[in-house]
Design a protein. Structure first.
Length: 359
């Protein structure tokens, strides 16, 4: 009876649930969707103008190998952009790391994987040194890494002159030529063969997945993003911001070393020229993909798409017989547009958030 009386009592009307406020920008303003459409459009245009663009052996396989390198280069820059920092020494870190690999292969005759691990350790150590200087002194990351870039340039030149005759190491560890020349099409299971995809591509995929998991699920990665969003607030929240700065720069150095190894594998040699062309693409890929220069937000998938788009542009213009100087001009214009769009996107997001907060 009591239960029936309770049911008969008038109950206060529950307020209708508030409509969910939009959390995301419209679909067409999503940079990853936009980049995907741009890549598709570029492939259609370049293949129409030059049918050789779709040649799997002469164009697609080398293009995928190049994309592999610049995905990892973009991830190296993304690691410090998460803090709002820059690493303008990313190319020299790659050069010194690949010197360590070449030296190990030439002088110690180590297996391919051992030399790679040595180079990754050197890259991480250089990055940690850079991050430690920034964390302790508070000097801007651009200034520290610029000074480091000049120092490493001289050091790399001296080391290659002393130990490699100023050119490149002649040692070719077992497995290096396979990474350079083979594709999955060379490996068959019965009558079924794989696609013509370079063997180095899965390395970049694994690196991208690892970095994505780090920033999305690992405490270290989330605290890097929090530090990049507001360093002072992160400190007051108990986050060891100095340690996170060192770790982010160490990760950047490690990924730069991996990119140097991939480029050496593609070229078939460990030379002093490795890393010279890394600086501009290292910013281009993450910025095109939506990573904020101010820190606090990164996009690994966007970085992959950004690296893909930039290399498709480069390869397509190259097939159209644009000169090297013109290629640099167009790539520079692409970066300028990307930086402008990054600022526009930031303003639009801020305005949207302000309107939602005012409701």
């Amino acid at each position: 009876m009591r239960a029936l009386r309770d049911l008969a009592r008038p109950t206060a009307a529950r307020p209708a649930p508030a409509p969910r406020r939009g959390r995301y920008l419209p679909l067409l303003m999503n940079q990853r969707v936009g980049l995907t459409l741009v890549i598709i459009a570029l492939v259609v245009v370049f293949s129409s103008l030059r049918p050789a663009f779709l040649d799997t052996r002469l164009t697609i396989a080398p293009l995928l190998a190049d994309i592999t390198v610049y995905i990892v280069v973009g991830l190296a820059q993304l690691a410090v952009l998460s803090l709002g920092h820059m690493n303008v020494a990313v190319g020299r870190m790659a050069a010194l790391s690949t010197f360590a690999m070449g030296f190990a292969y030439s002088q110690w005759d180590v297996p391919l994987i051992v030399g790679l691990l040595i180079g990754l350790a050197v890259g991480a150590a250089i990055g940690a040194l850079s991050g430690g200087i920034i964390a302790v002194t508070g000097v801007n990351s651009f200034v520290v890494t610029l000074a480091l870039d000049f120092g490493l340039l001289g050091l790399v030149t001296i080391l290659y002159t002393r130990f490699a005759g100023g050119v490149a190491f002649s040692a070719r560890p077992a497995g290096l030529s396979a990474l350079r020349n083979d594709t999955f099409a060379n490996y068959c299971l019965g009558d079924v063969c794989g696609p013509r995809i370079p063997l180095v591509l899965p390395i970049a995929v694994i690196a991208a997945i690892a970095v994505g998991v780090l920033f999305r699920h690992a405490r270290v990665g989330r605290e890097m993003l929090m530090s990049g969003s507001n360093m002072r607030a992160a400190e007051l929240s108990g986050i060891p911001t100095r340690r996170r700065v060192v770790q982010a720069h160490a990760l950047s150095g490690l990924l730069a070393a991996l990119a140097g190894f991939l480029l050496a594998a593609n070229n078939g040699a460990f030379s002093a020229a490795i890393g010279e062309q890394f600086l501009l693409p290292s910013f281009l890929a993450p910025v095109l993909g939506g990573t904020l220069l101010a820190g606090g937000a990164v996009s690994v998938l966007g970085t992959v798409l950004g690296a893909t788009a930039s290399q498709v542009i480069y390869k397509g213009l190259n097939l159209l017989q644009f000169s090297l100087e013109n290629l640099k001009i167009y790539i520079g214009l692409v970066l300028l547009v990307a930086l402008s769009l990054d600022r526009v996107r930031t303003v639009l997001v801020q305005r949207r958030q302000d309107r939602e907060a005012a409701k």
